[in-house]
Design a protein around this ligand. Sequence first.
Ligand code: GDR
Length: 328
Amino acid sequence: MSKTALITGITGQDGYYLSRLLLKHGYRVVGLIPPQRQSNLAKLGDLAGQVEVYSVALTDSAALLEAVEQLRPDEIYNLAAPSFVPASWSDPLGTLDLVTGTATRLLSAVRQVGLATRFYQASSSEMFGQVDQSPQDENTPFRPMNPYAAAKVHAHWTMVHHRQRYGLFACSGILYNHESPLRPPNFVTRKVALAVASIKLGLSDRLEMGNLQAKRDWGYAGDHVEAMWRMLQAKTPEDYVIGTGQLHSVEQLAAAAFACVDLNWAEYVNVDPKLIRTDEHFHLVANPAKAKQNLNWQPQVSFEALIQEMVLKDLERLKSGAVTPAAP
Ligand code: GDR
């Protein structure tokens, strides 16, 4: 019999790649989608007709309990969260409620229903924050620097408590930045890809950026969701750092993207001081050795290949009118 997986945040980037992977493995995939977000299902594109939708408010404990009782999932992937980090400063409490509240309600439902449901919590490298060691691994302390990261730390510990106290098979994937053509344009990789494609087609003439010296460990979303799935197939529930182990600066990202269309980034990129973050960090890079050893997981798509895929996709979308050009 096929396994059932529930996914919160199914209409986001990771929801798409994870659904695709689980469907490939023969799962019945059910998205737990709040009623007001049903229209987002279209974002799943070709997968929309292959996944089931269960309409439920993620703030409603009783309704989530009922969902777990009815659907009897083998696995739950809790991906739902506001993902644009700076936005958490304008709504710290809302961020905490959504991130921690959803994880706590789902874990509590799993415990109450009493099935052997395996639980994945989407944690973030942002939890490490102001690090004094690089690269980071599963033993690096958390020193979050913004409300988003603090909320993710709380959700992470809630998951750990459920594992320790109630014996749940629950895992946390501490994921570094992971990107794809499905990234919304407010994130830097997609912002750059769309701008480069727009400039190449003569639809824009410059790109305003924040801190060009900020560095990130950028991987491919398709690779990172594979790690999520492998965590829940393992013998024991454990937490894993998932990243490429390679740091690139925003400047290197811009240079790589412009190079895809034979342009020189320095002729088009301006720094806008308003886009520079005050809570910036420069050293978040993964040591994914544990994932390699225990899960046999390794990233497959290089930084350059990822950026090229994103730029080419935006060129295609602009030519077909599927997206509007980047604002100059
Ligand atoms: P991040 O992603 O905050 O790391 O969180 P984002 O793409 O927004 O920023 C990456 C880095 O680029 C710098 N930067 C800019 N960023 C944006 N968005 N726009 C700009 O113009 C710009 N110029 C420079 C940023 O300062 C930053 O250093 C992502 C999200 O997916 C989180 O949900 C996830 O938890 C973490 O990655 C791991």
